[in-house]
Design a protein around this ligand. Structure first.
Ligand code: G3P
Length: 220
């Protein structure tokens, strides 16, 4: 089965106490399926979630700096210390420069963190794959939060991104995201060659989050 990473973004429904409830549900659903389900909560919630739940926790962002005189920054080393499994890097809502992405992918390898580099098209997916991260995650920005699934609306971008990434680096795994909410969106992504999905609103903003996640992974 596939990979499902749920980005809580800065949604109220995925912050504080509500994030803890959401993680409890994710842990519960995760135990019933073979899919790898992980979460990417707010920085402030991350350490508590790591300590309370048996699910992998990713940061939503990380800065390309080491420990030192950097105000308002988060280092890869500190994420590691706090128990994060890895981080999204270069999310379209938190873009980085190419040199920063390169720095972070290398740093993550040193630290044993999992890198998920987000991209916006086939060309940037190939460029990101050349840096040899663990994952690239293709997300057309115009479909993010739209409820229109990338795997159905733009299947060619998923298929071509998978091909472009694997041509550059066979080892890199490919996720796709934007508008994914239903089981068929997820399965279509897998059928197009993706290893899984990165999603947010379809679960976090759902009226019934458990029902939404169970439907996504085919438990209902
Ligand atoms: O990081 C996942 C995200 O950008 C996709 O958002 O709400 O379209 O699933 P959403």
């Amino acid at each position: 089965m596939g990979v499902v990473i749920i980005n809580f973004k800065a949604y109220k429904e995925g912050s504080g106490e509500r994030a803890l409830k959401l993680c409890e549900m994710v842990q519960d659903v995760s135990a019933k399926v073979d899919d790898y389900i992980a979460v990417a909560p707010n920085f402030l919630d991350l350490p508590e979630i790591v300590s309370k739940f048996d699910i992998d926790v990713y940061a939503q962002h990380v800065d390309a700096v080491g420990f030192g005189s950097h105000t308002g920054r988060i280092t890869a080393e500190f994420l590691k210390e706090k128990g994060a499994k890895g981080s999204l890097i270069n999310h379209s809502e938190r873009r980085l420069r190419l040199a920063d992405i390169d720095f972070l992918v290398s740093k993550f390898k040193e630290l044993g963190l999992i890198s998920v580099v987000c991209t916006n098209n086939v060309a940037t997916t190939a460029a990101a794959a050349a840096l040899a991260p663990d994952y690239v995650a293709i997300e057309p920005p115009e479909l993010i939060g739209s409820g229109i699934p990338v795997s159905k609306a733009e299947p060619e971008i998923v298929e071509n991104s998978v091909r472009a990434a694997k041509d550059v680096n066979e080892e890199v795994k490919v996720l796709c995201g934007a508008g994914i909410s239903k089981h068929e969106d997820y399965i279509t992504a897998l059928d197009l060659g993706a290893d899984g999905v990165l999603l947010a609103s379809g679960i976090v903003k759902a009226e019934d989050q458990r029902k939404a996640l169970e439907e996504l992974v085919g438990l209902r």
